[in-house]
Design a protein around this ligand. Sequence first.
Ligand code: CAA
Length: 378
Amino acid sequence: MIPLTETQSHWQAKVRQFCLEKVAPTVIERDKQQLFDHSLVKDVLALGLSRIYWPTTYGGFGDDFMSYAVALKELAKFDDGLAITVSVCVGLCCESIASFGTEQQKEKFLNPLIAGETIGAFALTEKEAGTDASGVQTTAVRDGEYYILNGEKVYITNAGEADVYIVFAMTDPEAGAKGISAFIVTKDMVGFTTGPRDSMMGLHTSTCGSLRFENVRVPVANLLGREGEGYKIAMRTLDSSRIGVAAQATGLAEAALAHSIAYTKERVQFGKPLSKFQNTQFQLAQMAIQVEAANLMLYNVAQDKSEGRPYTVSASMAKKFCSDVAMEVTTKAVQLFGGYGYCEDYPVARLMRNAKVTQIYEGTNEAQQMVIGGALLR
Ligand code: CAA
């Protein structure tokens, strides 16, 4: 295992302490009630998770990206719904503005996001534009000093709870992917509404839903990057946020392993704890190997980003690998728990449900293989 630096250990300990006090006691109930706890999210942000790796000039702490990955992983161990809420806000919304925004946009939108005063979202997906992200049909038509947005987005994490949305819309439908532009839309804009919360298999402590734009007048000053740069902005931003998914997935796997070790030491069958059976030991050993490998993949890509190396491919590799590990390890944990594993009063069923989506969102694992395969053959 790669040793953590003092700063990374500090973040791990800080998040763990917070989670033990404020997150763990309520997570089962919030998950059952499908509750997005706005005040808890604000507390997580107040802890500084949205500040970790941004420069101090924008109100960040200027720590390394690994510290953020470590903090997000720790949060996901206790409540992955909270982790995705933070990850979308930081990894998708803040990243887009930090990388492509003007100084005025950063001052107006990024600083409050980093300070944890506002929540962000990222609106790329549409009914007909999932993996095929270039198929966006939401339109943005220039009208003087405004763009008029019309269309609908689906499966948007933080929908209805976010203050700031990065919205991708077609400014030149003839140009395909090169006709997509990115806009900063705020929740108070006239004609912008959010639909009901989606009913999902997992991540019940987060929220996800649709967005509707009916003649929404977005100031030209809110165009992010240049016209036609939207697809590139989306892809570049997703490169970074996929590291966040890898961190969440590794956290889920680590938590499943820890719960399995504790449970199999206690659970007695045929006169001895399950941990004394060789089958259990082999299962735990296999899970531990997978968790170790996932951590190495995660740290490898986080290091690439921290040290300024290209990370498109290593992010896709880590996202796919760590999410597959999360699915396999959490499934093994449910099996080791037996009937109790299938029961929502124990944590492993929730971990398994939450692991599934890490193979799907922020680009399915098939899309990650398109990125990796494409790079190999270029
Ligand atoms: N960085 C910068 N530019 C990039 C890029 C990157 N990582 N990837 C592609 N591009 C550019 C290319 O350079 C190319 O530009 P040129 O034509 O000028 O050369 C252009 O984009 C097209 O590139 P490709 O043909 O290689 O890319 P593609 O269109 O074949 O990509 C795909 C296909 C990999 C499936 C991609 O569309 C993809 O990743 N789809 C998944 C979308 C996704 O992740 N959606 C998640 C939604 S957000 C979400 O889930 C958040 C949430 O709420 C939880």
